[in-house]
Design a protein around this ligand. Sequence first.
Ligand SMILES: *Cc1c(COP(=O)(O)O)cnc(C)c1O
Length: 466
Amino acid sequence: MNDNKPETKKIMKERIKRYILPENEIPRQWYNIQADMVNKPMPPIHPATKQPLKPEDLYPIFAEELCRQELNQTDAWIDIPEEVREKYKYYRSTPLVRAYGLEEALGTPAHIYFKNESVSPVGSHKLNSALPQAYYCKQQGVTNVTTETGAGQWGAALSYAAKVFGIEAAVYQVKISYEQKPYRRSIMQTFGAQVTPSPSMSTRAGKDILTKYPNHQGSLGTAISEAIELAMNTPNCKYTLGSVLSHVSLHQTIIGLEAEKQMAMAGEYPDMVIACFGGGSNFGGIAFPFMRHNILEGKKTEFIAAEPASCPKLTRGVFQYDFGDEAGYTPLLPMFTLGHNFRPANIHAGGLRYHGAGVIVSQLLKDGLMRAVDIKQLESFEAGMLFARAEGIIPAPESCHAIAATIREANKCKETGEEKVILFNLSGHGLIDMTAYDQYIAGNLQNYEVTDEDVQKNISELEKII
Ligand SMILES: *Cc1c(COP(=O)(O)O)cnc(C)c1O
């Protein structure tokens, strides 16, 4: 074989599967889409005064720099501190992968790429925000951080990030996950965190809920309430959050900024960008850097958020001011929500069981810059199984939703013959979620329908503030 023959070269070039950035190409700034949005998100509102929130109002809860980032609507680019960038280099850039195996399995003419965030030390994208959050706390002299975690990915990421920067972490884990997913708890404990199942008797919020519902299995909202309460009552202690808030999506834009450079290495630009949706951080992370070209240069990339049919805030919720937590400690946020008392079915994609969407994404959806699809549990696992067999990576149950949405689009391309370029985010691997796969394989998983009455009931209880 003569490797210099032009056609051989072409074939070899076309079959490049993984794109990695050299260290000096790892982004030095995050992208703040709020600065470029034509309609800015409406302000968070103080629940007591009903006034728009100022960064200072958030200082008792979060590290100060994070409060400023949260409400920053003017600076499009925010420097990544060198100390954080050094830690990013442990696992970044993450590979951009051309999914030839999946394309062949589907027989689609679409070009499918995925950004593989599962290679981070904790197995998901969550570390991208845990590191800067722990760093800003440390820098401000904070010694302890608290948080909540559902399936355990955020808790694991924060526990490790706290260890990296030499501070202590206390994690409230949703009780059902604490009991059903002991390995994530062990991971957090391995990194040195203190883990408490929520609701617990250690906070007023937890006691209130347990008094009303002694068998409460826990929810993210409840765990958030407990973690915030601990942060507010403990000196030198701050709360951290792994999704929903704008500063979290900001940190996650490292995903899309890398992907933009890597897609250029592949000589392509995405027609569609897809991610699964819990509170919006991995979606915003991969989507916003590309969306900036839609906003500023009129590019026509489509953005699709894939949410579970059992927790359909984007496709069936309302745009309304609502609390981020069950007890009503957080500011009121203008968002697509199912109501803060909505209790989603116990699906295996634990990271997607949250009642609301971040304020940036909510505004973008309202303005038609993106769209959302809902995916039933069985379709998501079917997609995950196909992907695992085609690409050799077992995806997190959350990520399976993005894969299912990608497969739907790739199948449409098969019908029309269009060679669309589809980029999706593989937010994490599923190696600690094999119980879920076991149940799928055994035929024990089911779809959960949410009735209109369920949706209406919780929404009608919301205070009308808009
Ligand atoms: C937490 C999590 C999600 C959902 O959170 P977003 O903020 O919506 O990204 C998705 N995938 C994985 C693997 C997660 O850990």
